[in-house]
Every structure is written in C-alpha cells, then in structure tokens.
Ligand binder design. Structure first.
Ligand code: LLP
Length: 433
C-alpha cells in the first residue's frame, strides 16, 4: 500500500484524492505534470512548530525558508499562519512583499548579497538581515550611512558541527562558504565590528548545520557550541544575545525507509538543550528562532505525472517514462534523492513489477526513481510521486525548453491554481531577436 500522507486517500472511484480533490480531475483540468499541495498539511506543520514552542513557554519565531517553495499564494498562507519567512535574494523579497508578507517578518540570508540587494532590503524595511561575511558588514554599513537608517541584524556562525546528510546540503562545518568561522577567531572579529557600528542593531547569532537531518544530535551539538561561544562573548564584551537562531534542516519522510524525528520533537530537544546550557553557564535564556523549509512543505506536495512510453530490456531493466523529470525535480539527479510514488488513477490488483521511472529530458541521468515496484502501467495512467513539495518546483528549470508545470493548492475540496503552467510564449519572452 502506498505511503499516504496528510489528507491523501483513495475515493470510491479508486482515484487518489488530496485535500478532498480528485487528482484525476485535477490532471484533466490543469494538465500534467502538476504539483498538488495539501494546504491542511502545510498549516498543520506550521502550527506544530509554533504550538510546541508556545506550550514550552518559549519566545520564538518560526521563519519559513522560502527557497523550499515560494509563490504569492504561499506567502499569503504564511501570513495567515503567522510565520515569518527567510529569503535569499531580492527576487524572494519582491515576491514575499507582493504576496502580502509584512517586510518586518522577512529575514534576509545569503553569502553574497549584492549592494543592490542590500539596498533594496533596507529600503523595503526588511526586519532582519543575517550578516554572513566581512564584506557584507562593510556594504551594509555604507548603505545605512548613506540612507541614514539603522538595521536589525544577526550574524551567521559556522560552529564547526558535522551533521549526517548529503555533502552538498551540509553547512555547519568549518570548511563552508557560509558564515563566520569560530575556530579561526573570525566570528569574534565580526562581533567586534558589528558592535562598533551603531547603525547595526545586533539581535543575536545564527547557525544552520545542514538540511534533511533526521536526529537531534547535530542540533544539540550546535546548541552546546553556540552557547559556549556566546558565553565567551558575554565575558569578553559584556554582550548577550536576545535571539538564538538555530536555522532549519529538520528531516522529512520521502520513503518508508526515512525515519526522521517529528517536528515537535526537534523543537523540544533544541529548547531543552538551550535551557540546560543556559542554566549551566548562567546565561540569560534567549528567544529561539528556527527556519524550517522542507519540514513544512515537502510532504505536503505531490507531483502528478502522466505515463507515456515504456521500454523493457529483457533481464536488464523496465523503463517507464513520464511527462516531466529533471526539469521539475532535479533532486534525484543532484543529490541521489530517493522518492516513492504510486498509481493515482486506479487501484490495481496485478502483481507489482520492478521498474525505473524516468523523465522526458534528453539525458540518461534524468531518472526520477531508480527502482520501484509498481503494478503494470499503461499509457495515460497517472503516477503520483510523493513528498515533492520542497526544492522541486523551486529548483525547476527549462532544460530542453520544456515548460515548468502548474501548481495547485487544495483544501476542503477546493482547488486553487497558484502558479499557472508556462506557455511556449513564456519560453521566448526573454529572447531578443
Ligand atoms: N536556513 C538556512 C540558513 C538555510 O540555508 C536553509 C537551507 C534553511 C534554513 C532551510 O533548510 P530546510 O529546513 O529546508 O532543510 N536544495 C537542497 C536543500 C538546500 C538547503 C539550503 N538551505 C535540497 O533539495 O535538498
């Protein structure tokens, strides 16, 4: 039986429904590939994080990492759920504000924010800029001087913690392009520079150890390291943070083999660790902020594909091609990410067979699922690939000039188109003759 998450279930016609909407009807209405987002599931995740902090009596901010998936409707939803958002480009700031996000709830990250982007952020009144490097301190200082403004900032620290995840999404280790390194003393130098500039209002320190992390250990190690550093700074500079931002990275379930902690358990573990360390060091308990992206949006998303051609090479492999692929989900090709999925338009009693799900892109590496057992598939069948909500659409591309898919939000039996499918005209919109 497929792994059904959130509101996903099969109806009497043996069609997959999500948010009370029949995915066969959605595919007819909007075409495929189609990203379907279960809004109730997004809300549940968002509330889970917030309520856990609140039930522990901890001042907090849950800041959704836009890079996992964003569009105007997503920002509207975040506002409704009282979440902030983390952005990493002026483009995300622009979209967030257009989507109704209050600028004060926007947090700006990035290891190479340009002068133009920083100026834009300051002018728009973005609530928090997370300073990543020395060059950025200079740029931001100059902009604030010129504009006569002050800015709330934090600074990003790489605490020197390794988490168990793919090397490309590991960020808390010393050898990283992100943040100020602690061991070499750069973090302390940065602190001094920021404190010396009266236009930079330093609210606290940030770290993000990586992404798709299943256990609390890495976070606990990071909390311990961060508080030791903060405590040194308290002694040396009489500086105490208001906020400790522990980043995102909480893992999700892509297949049954994945067994991440529940979001609530991550929060409890972090809060307990911060409490413990603060008591031990006699450090004032700070506000705790987190930046979950994947854990809010991944499992809420399902991609519906239409099955097309098949190729069976006897004793070698059975290939099933669908009408999308590495253009709408590059994660299997980029990170060896493993996904699951199932037949969405009928329930088959036939014996499952081993097959490989591939896309339509002109590249052998265009594989969506390397090995999966499914009942025999026919052309026009719908294949639902699950947990595609994070870093799927947001990393989509037009390789081979394929069109980016449409995205719908479904909730309580209502479907709402939130990103329309691209058209051929869109494809040439930027071309100059
Ligand atoms: N905060 C910071 C500073 C980050 O760099 C990230 C992710 C997050 C929060 C959110 O992490 P999450 O909760 O979503 O794991 N494209 C990759 C993931 C890259 C993550 C980059 N930073 C993937 O598809 O796995």
């Amino acid at each position: 039986m497929p792994l059904l998450v959130g509101t996903a279930e099969f109806n009497e016609q043996e069609h997959l429904t999500i948010g009370g909407c029949d995915t066969v009807r959605l595919a007819e209405k909007y075409g495929t590939p189609l990203f379907v987002y279960d809004v109730a599931h997004i809300r549940e995740r968002a509330r889970g994080f917030k309520q856990t902090f609140n039930s522990l009596g901890v001042k907090n901010k849950v800041i959704y990492a836009s890079k996992a998936f964003c569009c105007l409707a997503m920002y509207k939803l975040l506002e409704e759920e009282e979440l902030g958002c983390d952005v990493v480009s002026a483009g995300e700031i622009f979209t967030a504000i257009k989507g109704g996000m209050s600028p004060k709830n926007i947090e700006f990250h990035g290891n190479n924010k340009t002068k133009e982007e920083l100026l834009y952020a300051v002018e728009q009144g973005v609530g928090m800029i997370i300073i990543d490097n020395f060059y950025e301190i200079e740029l931001l200082s100059a902009i604030l001087k010129e504009t006569g403004k002050k800015q709330h900032v934090m600074f990003r620290i790489t605490p020197g913690v390794d988490a168990e995840t793919h090397e490309y999404i590991l960020t808390g280790q010393e050898d990283s392009k992100f943040g100020f390194d602690v061991n070499s003393g750069q973090a302390t130098q940065a602190l001094e520079k920021i404190l010396a500039d009266e236009r930079l209002i330093l609210k606290g320190a940030h770290c993000h150890i990586g992404s798709q992390i299943f256990s609390a250990e890495g976070f606990l190690a990071a909390v311990e390291k961060m508080l030791l550093i903060l405590n040194d700074w308290k002694k040396a500079f009489n500086y105490t943070v208001d906020v400790l931002n522990m980043g995102g990275g909480f893992g999700v379930q892509y297949t049954e083999a994945d067994d991440p902690l529940e979001p609530e358990a991550f929060v409890k573990a972090i809060v307990n660790a911060v409490k413990g360390q603060c008591e031990l060091l006699d450090y004032t308990f700070p506000e705790i902020w987190i930046e979950p992206g994947r854990s809010i949006i991944a499992e809420a998303g399902t991609t519906i594909y239409t099955v097309g051609s098949q190729k069976v090479i006897p004793d070698v492999r059975h290939y099933v091609s669908v009408d999308g692929g590495m253009g709408d989900n590059i994660r299997p090709a980029l990170y060896d990410a493993i996904y699951d999925g199932f037949l969405a338009n009928r329930i088959s009693k036939e014996t499952p067979e081993e097959m490989r799900i591939v896309g339509k892109y002109c590249e052998s590496g265009d594989i969506l699922i390397k090995t999966i057992e499914l009942p025999p598939l026919k052309p026009e069948d719908l294949f639902a690939m699950t947990s595609t909500g994070a870093y799927g659409y947001s990393m989509a591309n037009n390789y081979n000039r394929n069109l980016k898919p449409a995205v719908v939000f479904v909730e309580n039996g209502q479907d709402k188109l939130v990103i329309r499918r691209e058209t051929y005209e869109d494809l040439i919109a930027l071309d100059c003759e």
